[in-house]
Structure formats: structure tokens, C-alpha cells
Write a protein that binds this ligand. Structure first.
Ligand SMILES: Nc1ncnc2c1ncn2[C@@H]1O[C@H](COP(=O)(O)OP(=O)(O)OP(=O)(O)O)[C@@H](O)[C@H]1O
Ligand SMILES: [Mg+2]
Length: 271
């Protein structure tokens, strides 16, 4: 392990820190005039776990993140969201202020939360270290590489103490070596007490996550309306028996609908 990289500490207090999970029950969506995007999803997103959302382009990954965030009301199904959940986003094209230092970017959320700069710098530096960015603290954002920028956005998002972190295609614009550093940072999100969802095409990114939700195109409707899909209990039980970590996700039988949840690696303990 690279020096300075470690599991993030769990936040002490604040929305989302109490350990409440976010749940989807038979959620599906279609935009007005459009087709149903994916088969109904039932899933539990727990704090401290990193969940990948995978599927072909146009399958609805970003839409699902928007539903989870509460930006988009799903056409069907129920989203159970912890009260007061604070949401942070990290997009594939990171937006920073070119002339501001990396440290400034991570200090800012602490200032916004009411801390003085002298109080904000130590935790901001600690976050930079945890994301492998200690050496960049005084460098301008404009001078950082793509992978560094993306990791800086993750560090800044964590500094804002969200209960839910949504990361959309974090490695889409990066070469393999920069993507590897980002995947490593994503893997480290475990233990921060944050519900993290990562929409991705990148198998190495989904391999860095604990659970994988595979979006599937809707099955042709038989005679009725297809029903809402199985609930959480039935789905969870059957998945528990049917799947092995990281294997067989795309070979799920038709009844499995789209919420294929598989533990892909153990959850590390927080320090
Ligand atoms: N606000 C909207 N109104 C109508 N259609 C939309 C809207 N947002 C997305 N769509 C459509 O819904 C479908 C799913 O879009 P979405 O962006 O969720 O897919 P995605 O899986 O994230 O794709 P990609 O991998 O390319 O990012 C697409 O066909 C898209 O054009
Ligand atoms: Mg998308």
C-alpha cells in the first residue's frame, strides 16, 4: 500500500452517520414518452459500502443515481431514504477552480460548515493524504492530472460529510494508470460511513466496489403489466443462494429482474 493511503475514518455525527441504509423497492423508471429503462430494482445501500451500478450506455445508470439522490421521482416503486440525508456528487469531468490549490478545495467544505481555516487545514490535509494527494496540497488545481483531479473531488466530497455520495463514471476520461489510482480511492470509501454509489462501465471500477447492481433492459411484457417485480426479502434470499462473489452476474435468469447484488470483496474494517 502506498504510504499515506488508508481507510477513511467514519464521520462522528451528522446526517447519514447513524448507519441508516437507503432502500429501493421495485423501482423502475420511464421518462415521459420514453420506454421503461430497466427492470425493477430492489436493493439495500448501506453506509460504509461502495455499490457499483453497471449496465450498457443508455441503460439508466445516471438516471438511477438521480432517483437515489431524490432528483428524479421514479415512475414506479419506492425509495426509502434516511431523513436529512446529505448528498454529494462527483462527476466524470471534475470541476475545480484552476488557480486554487488542492488544499483550498478540501478546506472549503470545512469553512462552509463554520470552521476557521486553522481548524479546517488539519482534517483537509488528512483527507488529501488518504486520497494519495499529500504532495499536491499546494499545487494549483489547474496543474493536477486527471486522476489527481478526480481524487481531489472525492476528497472534497468526503470533506462535505455527505450521507450519500454519488459518483458518475469516474474513470471514463482517464487512462489505465490514472483510473487505477481512482479505483483505489473508490475502494477506500468503505469505512467512511457513507453510502457510496458508483455508476461505471469500467470492470476494474466495479471490481473495486463491494456490491454490483446490474441494470437490465426490461423483459417483453407477457399479458399483464409485468407486475412490480419481487420485493426485497424474496430477492435478497434468492440472491444469497444463487450468486457467488463477482461471478455470474450477467447470466441471471429472467425472474431475477435487474437487481443483481453480489458481494465482490470483503468490507475492510475502519481504523
Ligand atoms: N431528462 C430526461 N428526459 C428524457 N430522457 C432522458 C432524460 N435523461 C435521460 N434520458 C434518457 O434515458 C436513457 C438513460 O439515460 P442515462 O443517462 O440514465 O443512461 P446511462 O446508463 O447513464 O448512460 P451512459 O453510460 O451513456 O452514461 C437515455 O436514453 C437518455 O437519453
Ligand atoms: Mg450516465
Amino acid at each position: 500500500m502506498r504510504p499515506g493511503w488508508g481507510i477513511l475514518p467514519a464521520p462522528s455525527g451528522g446526517p447519514g452517520a447513524a448507519g441508516e441504509a437507503l432502500r429501493l423497492e421495485a423501482v423502475s423508471h420511464r421518462f415521459p414518452g420514453g420506454d421503461q429503462l430497466f427492470q425493477p430494482i430492489s436493493a439495500v445501500f448501506a453506509p460504509g459500502l461502495v455499490h457499483a451500478v453497471v449496465g450498457p450506455s443508455g441503460s439508466g445508470k445516471s438516471t438511477l443515481l438521480g432517483i437515489v439522490a431524490g432528483w428524479i421521482a421514479p415512475e414506479r416503486g419506492t425509495v426509502w431514504r434516511p431523513a436529512g440525508l446529505r448528498v454529494a456528487w462527483v462527476f466524470q469531468n471534475p470541476h475545480g477552480v484552476a488557480r486554487r490549490s488542492a488544499l483550498d478545495h478540501v478546506v472549503f467544505p470545512f469553512l462552509a460548515a463554520g470552521r476557521r481555516r486553522a481548524e479546517a487545514v488539519p482534517p483537509a490535509l488528512a483527507l488529501l493524504r488518504q486520497f494519495g494527494l499529500a504532495a499536491t496540497a499546494d499545487r494549483s488545481y489547474g496543474d493536477l492530472s486527471g486522476g489527481e483531479r478526480l481524487r481531489l473531488m472525492l476528497a472534497r466530497a468526503v470533506a462535505s460529510r455527505p450521507g450519500l455520495l454519488l459518483v458518475d463514471e469516474p474513470t471514463a476520461q482517464l487512462d489505465a494508470s490514472a483510473a487505477a489510482t481512482v479505483n483505489r480511492a473508490i475502494a477506500q470509501m468503505a469505512g467512511a460511513g457513507i453510502i457510496t454509489l458508483v455508476a461505471t462501465h469500467d470492470p476494474k471500477t466495479s471490481a473495486a466496489c463491494h456490491q454490483v447492481i446490474a441494470l437490465r433492459p426490461p423483459a417483453p411484457e407477457p399479458d399483464g403489466d409485468g407486475g412490480p417485480g419481487p420485493g426485497l426479502d424474496g430477492l435478497g434470499g434468492r440472491l444469497g443462494q444463487s450468486f457467488r462473489p463477482g461471478a455470474g452476474l450477467l447470466a441471471a435468469p429472467a425472474w431475477m429482474v435487474s437487481a443483481v447484488v453480489s458481494a465482490s470483496r470483503p468490507v475492510p474494517e475502519a481504523d
